[in-house]
Design a protein around this ligand. Sequence first.
Ligand SMILES: [Zn+2]
Length: 285
Amino acid sequence: MTPRGMVRETFDLRIPEGKASEWLSPNDGTSLGGSVRKLLVRRDEPVVDVVREAQRHYRSLGSAFYLAWSVFRKYSKAELANAAAFMLKPHPVEMAGEEYGTTYDEYVSCPLCGTGALQTSPLTLACRRLPRKDFCRSLGWELIVSARVVRAFVDAGVTGVEFAPIICSETGVASENWRQLVVSRHDVHIASPTEVGIGPFEEVSALTEKYECARGHLLGLNIISEASIDRNTWGDEDIAFSDQFIGIRRGLIRPHRVLFISPKVRAIIANENLTGTGLEVVHVV
Ligand SMILES: [Zn+2]
């Protein structure tokens, strides 16, 4: 059996060429237009130690070694077939309900980390700016789904969700094409050994700690590894949110709960060719 997250997990790091040439060999990664080095790495490669050390060095100077990162995970058919849960990452759109008059009750949010504000009016968005994807999420992590998703989920009896209208700012009328996906439960507990932090190959520091909440609402800025969830908190519904938050409150950006789906929902997404979904296997522990 393959150790989890060790083989088909690839991190994509973007490093300014000046820093890259100082720390890496010319063969590490590929130059993008001469100013940025793209480095694809797996956790078990020796160059990771260099990245870790360089990141520690630049963090101590108030800077960073890599500018941006992402991670890709590829699964075998067997892994997908055997998984008891998946994390769904909807396509991000650079828009937030707040920009178009959607109201939130901030009074109930945590004064330390800004999580937990409640949406108090129908979601209003510039519908014409929404991409042709079946799943999207706004900067505030409002979930937007197509009419195809609504039909597929209702037909299949997917549990744990409701569909609320989305008002189009252009017309003031509820959209025919889009609905807000409202998730009923938020009690799935993200558990150890889920790795949370600013980015990969980064140590916990005063800097990373500021992305956590002392009251425990906010785990950190990003989930770095595959997620693990507590078995006792999963399985009652086809779709549910985590009880903890990830991210940051900054401008229109809000911390968000993590979205988990059942194998049944993954099958619907696959069979209906629904788009705008990054899917990862979740470990139920
Ligand atoms: Zn908090």
